[in-house]
Design a protein around this ligand. Structure first.
Ligand code: PLP
Length: 409
């Protein structure tokens, strides 16, 4: 398949945006959420038109079929991320809920006052605030790892934050604000030297390359379906089976119990233990379809296409005076996310003018305020690419930026 064919798989990409006849959409906000291919849209649509029923509880045809489809989606995702056992794949709302689950059921259950959690200044707020809340509640200490001037993790600086009290390290596989690819395996190895558990926030890792949780070697891995061409409201927490089965439930309700009496309840094992209540059935099935679709395209095709876009866009942006690109200078150490500022224009002005040209980028702090503080900027403009973008999209972005320059000087 070439990039032209892939683009045609995404119905929304052929629309125009803005007043009047509008401008053809150039969608460069993929780090916030990706667009959905027809395969995913039709899978969710078919479920509601023909297959809808609640899972697990029914003995009737539709319920049993829906249960099978939900279980198959779990198996499909386990295979896609290299999980040895589908029972290690827990369906949650997204990365945010996955991290909160670990904070509550794992760290909340076993950490004590004075225990330390290592995290980096490049984390998304979803991988900061749950730890701050827990630290406040339990008297834990958060140890912050700074980034280099090029927005990367220095492994010695990372190691320096560990001590005999470190119980957990949490970090993004890929920075949402800069695109930096972190040396996850090396970071896991350092945490292991200190006997600490590891959670990897894979929200920006899963969309850009093949993930193998076994190879990464962490204890927990979290991601969101909507960032990987799947539906929103569905995501995954992967965890090591033995850890999951030793953790108390996150929420109580139907489907997660073995037996409920007036005196108390006993609980099922993972994944049911952590999936109280009716889950997002169509979302899980849609996410399975998303991985089917990505599997057919192949990660190599995706990576080659995104690398070309990153290199082309970076080279063209570097030709423009007054643009500062934040993050690694070497495009080999980052995914196709370009965060930049302009001397003459505020990020929101850049975003607003580009929008009048039909170009969707993101402007602001990208839910990474500690990182913005580190670089002493209030925010950046961020163009984030997916494999269905094209060099034409980059050219339109550059035309838009020239318009911003013309406007603001
Ligand atoms: N972590 C990272 C690195 C992200 O980029 C995001 C979303 O942008 C999140 C966590 C939170 O994801 P969600 O809002 O889907 O839970």
């Amino acid at each position: 398949m070439n990039s032209r064919d892939l683009r045609a798989d995404f119905p929304i990409l052929s629309r125009t945006v803005g007043p009047g006849a509008g401008k053809p959409l150039v969608y460069l906000d993929n780090a916030a959420t990706t667009q959905k291919p027809r395969r995913v849209i039709e899978t969710v649509d078919r479920f509601y038109q023909h297959e809808n029923a609640n899972i697990h509880r029914g003995v009737h045809y539709l319920s049993m079929n829906a249960t099978d489809a939900y279980d198959r989606a779990r198996e499909r995702i386990a295979t896609a991320i290299g999980a040895p056992d589908p029972a290690e794949v827990i369906f949650v709302r997204g990365t945010t809920e996955a991290i909160n689950l670990v904070a509550s059921s794992f760290a909340g259950d076993r950490f004590a006052a004075g225990d330390e959690i290592v995290l980096t200044v490049m984390e998304h707020h979803a991988n900061i605030v749950p730890w701050q809340l827990l630290a406040e509640r339990k008297g834990l200490v958060l140890k912050w790892v700074d980034v280099t001037d090029s927005g990367e993790i220095d492994l010695d600086a990372f190691r320096a934050e560990f001590s005999g009290r470190t119980k957990l390290a949490v970090f993004a596989q890929v920075s949402n604000a800069l695109g930096t690819i972190n040396p996850a395996r090396e970071m896991v190895a350092i945490a292991r030297e200190f006997g600490a558990a590891v959670l990897i926030d894979g929200a920006q890792g899963v969309p850009h390359g093949a993930v193998d949780v076994t190879e990464l070697g962490a204890d927990f891995y979290a991601f969101s379906g909507h960032k990987v061409v799947g539906p929103d409201g569905i995501g995954v927490l992967w965890g090591r089976r033995e850890l999951l089965d030793s953790m108390p439930p996150y929420q109580g309700g139907g489907d997660m119990i073995e037996r409920v009496t007036k005196e108390g309840s006993t609980f099922r094992h993972s994944p049911e233990r952590f999936e109280a209540g009716t889950p997002n059935i169509s979302g899980a099935i849609g996410l399975g379809a998303a991985f089917d679709y990505l599997g057919e395209i192949g990660w190599e095709t995706i990576e080659v296409s995104e690398r070309d876009l990153l290199e082309y866009a970076t080279a063209r942006l570097r030709e423009i005076d007054g643009i500062r690109i934040l993050g690694p200078a070497d495009t080999g150490s980052k995914v196709a996310v370009i965060s930049f500022t302009m001397d003459s224009a505020h990020p929101h002005d850049i975003g607003t003018i580009l929008d009048t040209e039909g170009i969707a980028i993101r402007a602001g702090h990208h839910c990474a305020q500690p990182l913005m503080d580190r670089f002493q900027v209030a925010g950046t403009a961020r163009a984030s690419f997916a494999f269905y973008n094209s060099r034409d999209d980059v050219d339109r972005l550059l035309d838009g930026i020239h318009k911003v320059k013309h406007f603001f000087g």
